[in-house]
Design a protein around this ligand. Sequence first.
Ligand code: PLP
Length: 463
Amino acid sequence: MPEPQDRPSEHAGTASPAHRRAHQTARDLERYAGLFAQRTRVMRSSAMRDLMAITARPEVISLAGGLPDTSTFPPETFAAQMTKIAQESSAEALQYGPTEGFAATKAAIGRVMAAEDMSPDTDDIIVTTGGQQALDLIAKTLVDPGDVVICEAPTYPGAVPVFCSYEAETHQIPIDEDGMRVDELEALMDRLDSEGRKPKFIYSVPSFQNPAGVTLSLERRRRLVELARSREVLVVEDNPYGLLRFEGDPQPPLYQLDGGDYVIYVGTFSKILSPGIRLGWAVAPPPVMEKIALGKQATDLCTSTLTQYFAVEYFAEGRWRAYVHSLCDIYRARRDAMLEALERHFPPQATWTRPGGGLFVWATLPEYIDTSDLLAKALRENVAFVPGAAAYVDGQQGSNSMRLNFSGSDADEIREGIRRIGAVVGEQVGLYETITAEHRIPAAPQPPEPGDVVPLRRPRRET
Ligand SMILES: Cc1ncc(COP(=O)(O)O)c(C=O)c1O
């Protein structure tokens, strides 16, 4: 559907917004520049949003998004439920709703959280416009400019603009195949403590992390919760992927281990149902929840009533677990296709994670490859990925890594996409090796050590 500004102007001679945009001059920009609030200076665009315009082109194989495959959702279920809502609750579904969300939506959230062994008090839940809004509201509630926030390195690329726009001083803790290095977190907290500083919160995606696909081990989960409790620091647990597990035993959410005193939980229906309905939630202790609700009133009054009605109908119908299982089967096969293709098409110098769930693989290339530059080359081959730097607050680290999504494309597209990326990576590796070989100064022959076998020089054959 065209955006209003994309429609042709009906009044010949009146400049349309599109026309005005095309003729924007430096003077036009200056006219507004003085009006912007200070905070806009530190606002960052989400790398994925920027990429979406390019990757929407049908010829591009996009391994860049974090898109669940909504074509797997039965259209007849959608139609039946929306029809029922229109017939039975039209006026209510088209009306404003309570800021914290409907009790029935919270009951549906309760069911989803119970599937991971959590049982929050419904008064502690607020329904938000996606998990993204929950993150924004939490930061709005807790972070003043210069406050310390700690997150993983790499972290969810969509959290980076949130921390930046509230002007947090963000510290990133490295991860390995068992998730966040909690020992390094502890060392950082000791250091901050010695400066009389305390983080406002620690942000983590513990299960099938976005972007790296790794999962925090049970031991580290316990240690993290212990740290939060003993130092009275909040942890924000963001868990969109916990139920998208393809293998292995489930790990208890931090919220479950803590009981909800120091862990603020963020959930979403985006990856287990639909991101288009924009329904997420936060669970927080009552004093924090009160402020989050005030923040939400100012932001959007309430989350879409219509889509809450849809979610309530859908979760009441009782087939949501079967649908999540079907998603896991589909995504497992796509992950396998991606891992096999990486093995086949990426050079031996590259490494990558092997996620047991979620939507993403994180690949690391030799240090001399900058994946932001590589992306331009990949786009020429009509394939896209998210450059690793997007997952770092300084935008500098992770420049030799990339996030690859396996949920939004089918297995054939994934294989072809990885083949194309592998080809541009291979080109870079080849180029680097050629250049370094040309410039390599041959090592001066070393005098033999006593006991070394000195090869005898072959007598030169006379020609
Ligand atoms: C870790 C994480 N948090 C939050 C979100 C935001 O999701 P939504 O706003 O669609 O619920 C995403 C989306 O990809 C995510 O990966």
